[in-house]
Design a protein around this ligand. Structure first.
Ligand code: SF4
Length: 333
C-alpha cells in the first residue's frame, strides 16, 4: 500500500479495545486499509475476527466504553475524534451501511415508504412527496416490482430477500459515496442470496458507489470485490487483488480458509476440511503470531508478531514464512 495513493477512505493503525475483567479486549489491532473511488474492497475472516468492529469504527459507533485509536480519513478529513454532529451528518449521507439482519434494521411499526423517505427528508431536505418519489425510484433500482404499491407496506408484509433489498435502497437514498455491507446475505437462504448479490452488482455498475464488503463467504466476495483483506484475531493478515489471493494465498490462514471451502470434485471424505482449533481469546492475545496454535508451519520466529509487509506486487502478508503458495497449501495436507 503506497503512501502516495489518494484514497476516498484511508485507515491507518486503527485499533479498538474494550475494558474487560481479564484486561482490554483487543477487537481490532493496527488495521490499515484504503478504499478508492468506485472500488469494492472485500474483508473476510471467521466470526469475531474484527470485521464488524471495523465497520462500526468507520461509522463512529463503537460505543463510549471503546478505546479507538489510529486514523480514519474520509477525503482527507480525520473522522476519529470528529464532533458527534459531524459524524451524524456523514452517516447515511456520505457513508451508509447495510446490516446483516434486515428485520432488525427496519422499524416494524412504520410503512416502508416512510422509513425510506426519512433519511432523504433529513439529509437532503426533500419534501415528503419528493422523498417518497425517490424511494419508489430506489425500490425499482433494487429490482422490487410495483414500487409505488410496496411503499405502503409494513416490513412484515415482505419476504426476507425483499426486506434486505429495502435496506439496500434505504442505504442508497442519499447517494452515499461509500457503502458498507456487513454480511448482507448471511441471513438469507441460498437462492435469495444470489438475487441480493445480483442487485448489489447491478447497483455498483450503475452508481459506482465505493463499497466495503464484509463477509465470511469467498463466493459472495468474488461476485463484487476486486481486492481482499483477510482478517484474523483483529488484524489484517493478508491483502491483495482478489484473483491473486484466491489463486495463490501466501498466508497459512488464507490458505486454510480456501481449503475449507466445500469441493464437489473430490471424494466425500475430502470434500470439507476445517482449520483445527479456535481463534484466540481477544482478551488474552499471544505476544507472537496469533495464528501460531493453529498453523502447520509454525516455527521459532513466530514467537515474534509478524508485520504486514509487501511480498510481491500489491500483495501484502503478515507471516514469517516465505514459502510459495503451493508449499503452504501442501502443509495443510
Ligand atoms: S507467522 Fe508463523 S505461525 Fe504465524 S502464520 Fe506465519 S508461519 Fe504460521
Amino acid at each position: 500500500m503506497t503512501e502516495a495513493r489518494a484514497s476516498l477512505l484511508r485507515v491507518r493503525a486503527l485499533s479498538v479495545s474494550y475494558p474487560g475483567p481479564q484486561g482490554p479486549l483487543r477487537a481490532l489491532s493496527d488495521v490499515d486499509l484504503d478504499l478508492d473511488e468506485h472500488e469494492c474492497l472485500g474483508v473476510i475472516g471467521e466470526s469475531g475476527c474484527g470485521k464488524t468492529q471495523l465497520l462500526l469504527a468507520l461509522l463512529g459507533l463503537c460505543g463510549s466504553a471503546a478505546r479507538v485509536t489510529g486514523s480514519i480519513r474520509y477525503r482527507g478529513e480525520e473522522l476519529l475524534g470528529a464532533a458527534p454532529a459531524r459524524l451524524a451528518a456523514l452517516r447515511g449521507r456520505r457513508i451508509a451501511m447495510v446490516f446483516q439482519e434486515p428485520q432488525s434494521a427496519l422499524n416494524p411499526y412504520l410503512r416502508i415508504g416512510e422509513q425510506l423517505a426519512e433519511g432523504a427528508r433529513h439529509h437532503l431536505k426533500l419534501t415528503r412527496r419528493a422523498a417518497l418519489g425517490r424511494a419508489a425510484e430506489l425500490l425499482e433500482l433494487v429490482q422490487i416490482s410495483a414500487p409505488a404499491a410496496r411503499l405502503r407496506l409494513y416490513p412484515h408484509e415482505l419476504s426476507g430477500g425483499m426486506r434486505q433489498r429495502v435496506t439496500i435502497a434505504m442505504a442508497l437514498m442519499c447517494e452515499p459515496e461509500i457503502l458498507l455491507l456487513d454480511e448482507p446475505t448471511t441471513a438469507l437462504d441460498v437462492t435469495i442470496q444470489a438475487q441480493v448479490l445480483e442487485v448489489l452488482r447491478s447497483i455498483r455498475a450503475r452508481t459506482g458507489v465505493a463499497t466495503l464488503f464484509v463477509s465470511h463467504d469467498f463466493g459472495a466476495l468474488a461476485t463484487l470485490a476486486s481486492r481482499l483483506t483477510v482478517m484474523y484475531a483483529g488484524r489484517a493478515v493478508e491483502q491483495g487483488a482478489i484473483g491473486e489471493l484466491y489463486a495463490a494465498p501466501l498466508h497459512p490462514y488464507t490458505s486454510g480458509l480456501l481449503r475449507s471451502l466445500p469441493r464437489l470434485d473430490l471424494p466425500v471424505p475430502l470434500r470439507l476440511a476445517a482449520i483445527p482449533g479456535q481463534p484466540p481469546d481477544l482478551a488474552q492475545l499471544p505476544a507472537g503470531c496469533a495464528f501460531a496454535p493453529r498453523c502447520p508451519l509454525v516455527h521459532p520466529a513466530c514467537a515474534e508478531r509478524p508485520a504486514l509487509r509487501m511480498r510481491q506486487g500489491d500483495h501484502q502478508v503478515a507471516c514469517h514464512c516465505e514459502l510459495p503458495a503451493a508449499r503452504i497449501g501442501e502443509a495443510w495436507s
